[in-house]
Write a new protein. Structure first.
Length: 281
């Protein structure tokens, strides 16, 4: 008799366990995997320190073109803005963050390259950027070759400035600092003559209120940088859903509005929206 009671209790416990599991259990394994509201969250990787693209504001909100694109995509996947959990994903950790499942997808000036395509899948591209120069509003620099004998700034570890020295201006004096804000300060006080990186990043900085009217982009196209949305390798279903969302964003002009809202003050001459699903280097 005692044995039967124990078995019954065990059976009851098993039923309760299975019921809890069927109801979601709250273990978070399916977090960000489907859009249905109901309190689920989706984790999205962005940059926290790039004005105009991905920036964490002092009040804890987020702004930028990548943020606007990711928010639109999330909505199409079934998530409202308050269901998004923004996760900082620095350049060196993007592939690992996707492989670990830390985020569902990443929109963080993530250029599509053959090397990266070996590790992650990409949706998009959703923006075609180019390496460019940022100079003062009254600068006479119009070509990369004009930098010979002048001071060029970029961040440590960036290949952009070295590309300029190797391919266009071997006599440029390269100044490398820890962050783009230092380059901007140096450009403003005349210590350097130009700053180089992707034009979208440069436009984001130049569009900040404190810099409006002080800087301009040279308008050069020193490289092609196709920004894609990174997804865990093998997750073709999510890639297809994101591509459909991006196509809709372009079609209903929300893409154009996001470009104007985030880069307009810098007079950024953006390329038209690229063909979604055309994954090229």
């Amino acid at each position: 008799m005692k044995l039967r009671k124990v078995s019954a209790a065990a059976a009851a416990a098993l039923v309760l366990s299975l019921t809890a599991t069927a109801c979601g259990g709250g273990d978070g394994d399916n977090e960000g995997s489907s859009g249905s509201g109901g309190g689920d969250k989706i984790k999205i990787g962005i940059k926290y320190d790039q004005p105009g693209l991905g920036l964490k504001e002092p009040g804890g909100t987020f702004s930028g073109f990548d943020v606007d694109v990711a928010t639109y995509v999330a909505k199409e996947l079934g998530y409202d803005a308050d269901q998004i959990e923004w996760v900082e994903t620095k350049s060196a950790d993007r592939e690992n963050a996707l492989a670990r499942g830390d985020v569902k997808f990443i929109a963080a000036t993530y250029s599509i390259t053959d090397e990266r395509k070996q590790k992650v899948d990409f949706a998009g591209p959703y923006l075609l950027a180019h390496q460019d120069l940022l100079v003062t509003a009254d600068s006479d620099i119009t070509e990369a070759t004009d930098l010979n004998g002048k001071n060029l700034c970029s961040v440590v570890g960036s290949t952009s400035a070295q590309n300029v020295k190797n391919d266009f201006a071997p006599k440029a004096n390269l100044k490398q600092v820890s962050g783009y804000s230092e380059c901007l300060a140096a450009l403003q006080n005349g210590t350097v003559d130009a700053l180089t990186t992707d034009d979208s990043i440069l436009a984001g900085y130049a569009a900040q209120e404190q810099y409006k009217g002080k800087f301009k982009l040279a308008g050069l196209k020193l490289s092609n940088e196709n920004y894609g949305i990174g997804v865990k390798k093998g997750d073709t279903e999510t890639v297809n859903k994101i591509n459909a969302a991006l196509e809709k964003m372009v079609k209903d002009k929300a893409w154009d509005k996001a470009v104007q809202d985030n880069f307009g003050p810098a007079n950024y001459k953006n390329e038209p929206a690229p063909k979604i699903g055309n994954i090229v280097k």
